[in-house]
Design a protein around this ligand. Structure first.
Ligand SMILES: Cc1cc2nc3c(=O)[nH]c(=O)nc-3n(C[C@H](O)[C@H](O)[C@H](O)COP(=O)(O)OP(=O)(O)OC[C@H]3O[C@@H](n4cnc5c(N)ncnc54)[C@H](O)[C@@H]3O)c2cc1C
Length: 460
């Protein structure tokens, strides 16, 4: 698959497009600030320029000109992605959506909110909270990631265990197609099955089919109560077994987050906390709604055979402190070196086999691997921490990623649960999807983007 736009004869310089744009820049500092994300991968070259869109017309104008001149365009939200999906290189321009950041409408009766793509995930929740509502998908990056990026990656988060991932919370989208046409997908009603579900097709398409310029999102009533428990285990295998036991006990936790001992030590070093001294692994569990505390009793019974100790959060500050420890896992590891994050998913009854296998892979390849997981989804983030100058796209790091994917697949799992394929996971796509599925997906891409100018070489 080509990593550049399809048309090799008509490609022209991006300079004309940038010069004609309302907010375009070819300044080196601007190009540098948008050529990478948080994946640890940096392209060897800088993109040709950046357009900072402030309105739908800017996006339409950019795509019309890009189509006319066959210029590859990389849509960018907040640049917090972990798969190099928004990274850009020479010959490409970046369409930055972060300045389209207005909340357009909130309807408490219909429990929906209409936003521009650059609004941050946490800002949506803050607006919803004023009406006793919340937006469910809450990536650990909630304070820094945009809803456009969340939609393009079908982002997950802690609460997705109970409330579903981004796909379950997007009712409608306004999208600018590569040729500049504006398409509306989905609808404001809760139900609706007219035609193919193009809304779902765009969610998780990693900016390869169109540019999201507006989203109508489903909000939910804030739970009347939330019960939080933190449990400590001798090791990560015991914690993974406890997570599977919680699922088997037929309750639905709203949060079930796992961290291994080395990650706890890194969090302690960054935050000044003492989680590692309490155990070799940690599970943070929440239950919510009218039955929150009844469910918590069932949950505690399920983990007791595995845990060395547990504590119930006593007040909102204590709860916030526990959640913060989990949210700060990635930034804490970033202080130790370059972090290269796996995102595998396995059936929830096989978590212990996966974490055991990850430990073996670490021993075999000699790379340091720290593991956190959205345990109720079976979604693990084994994080390889590299020393300065160690490459993430070849050598032991790549071997470890390949072996983790192989292991997940052998357990009936998947390559990526929520971060997307981006640029970094394409080598393993066909192993999971097969040639027929991958071929159809390239054909779909061709229908929306026949010139191959939108985020070329990413996603599929
Ligand atoms: C500390 C940390 C914690 C994280 N925790 C989680 C987590 O718990 N769950 C999770 O799912 N992710 C997590 N992430 C990853 C990241 O935050 C998500 O993937 C997020 O959805 C990316 O949003 P963004 O605005 O930064 O997108 P970007 O990185 O800018 O872009 C990501 C992809 O979306 C495309 N895109 C962006 N905006 C648009 C648009 N308007 N239209 C079309 N395509 C677009 C880009 O082309 C690219 O392919 C975490 C990242 C960090 C740094």
């Amino acid at each position: 698959v080509s990593t550049t736009a399809n048309d090799t004869t008509a490609t022209r310089s991006a300079a004309g497009l940038i010069a004609a744009a309302r907010n375009g820049s070819t300044e080196e500092a601007d190009r540098r600030s948008v050529n990478t994300d948080r994946s640890g991968y940096t392209p060897a070259s800088l993109p040709d320029g950046v357009v900072y869109a402030t309105a739908v017309e800017d996006v339409v104008d950019t795509m019309v000109r890009a189509t006319a001149d066959r210029i590859p365009v990389v849509a960018r939200g907040a640049g917090t992605g972990l798969a190099a999906g928004s990274s850009a290189q020479a010959g490409e321009i970046v369409l930055d959506l972060s300045r389209m950041n207005r909340i357009l409408r909130i309807d408490p009766l219909e429990q929906l909110i209409v936003v521009e793509p650059g609004v941050l995930n946490a800002e949506i929740n803050a607006a919803a909270a004023e009406h006793g509502l919340f937006y469910a998908p809450d990536p650990a990056s909630t304070a820094i990631c945009s809803i456009g990026g969340n939609i393009a990656t079908n982002a997950g988060g802690m609460r997705c265990a109970k409330y579903g991932v981004t796909r379950e919370s997007v009712l409608a989208l306004k999208v600018v197609l590569p040729d500049g046409r504006i398409l509306v997908t989905g609808r404001e009603t809760i139900k609706g099955v007219t035609g193919y579900d193009l809304n779902a097709l765009f969610i998780g398409s990693e900016g390869t089919l169109g540019v999201v310029v507006e989203a109508t999102l489903r909000l939910r009533p804030m739970p009347v109560s939330t019960a939080t428990v933190a449990a400590y285990f001798p090791d990560i295998v015991a914690a993974a077994e406890a997570a599977s036991a919680i699922i088997a006990s037929r309750i639905t936790p709203s949060v079930l987050e796992l961290m291994d001992g080395p990650t706890l030590a890194a969090v302690d070093a960054a935050l000044g906390t003492d989680y590692r001294s309490r155990g070799g692994a940690f599970l943070l569990a929440q239950t919510d709604g009218y039955g929150a505390f009844l469910e918590q009793d069932v949950l505690i019974k399920a983990i007791e055979p595995f845990a060395t100790s547990y504590e119930k959060a006593t007040d909102p500050d204590h709860t916030a402190e526990l959640l913060r420890a989990r949210r700060e896992a990635i930034p804490s590891l970033e202080l130790l070196g370059t972090v290269c994050i796996g995102d595998v998913g396995v059936p929830r009854g096989r978590l212990a086999e996966m974490v055991t296998g990850i430990e073996e892979i670490s021993r075999r390849t000699g790379v340091r691997i720290f593991t956190v997981a959205h345990a109720a989804d079976g979604n693990l983030h084994p994080m390889i921490v590299l020393d300065e100058g160690q490459p993430s796209t070849e050598g032991p790091a790549k071997a470890a990623l390949a072996q983790m994917f192989e292991l997940a697949r052998s357990l009936g799992g998947t390559l990526t649960g929520e971060h997307g394929v981006g640029l970094l996971k394409r080598d393993w796509l066909v192993d999971e999807l097969g040639n027929d599925s991958l071929g159809l997906q390239h054909a779909i891409k061709g229908v929306f983007d026949p010139l191959g100018i939108l985020n070329p070489g990413k996603g599929i």
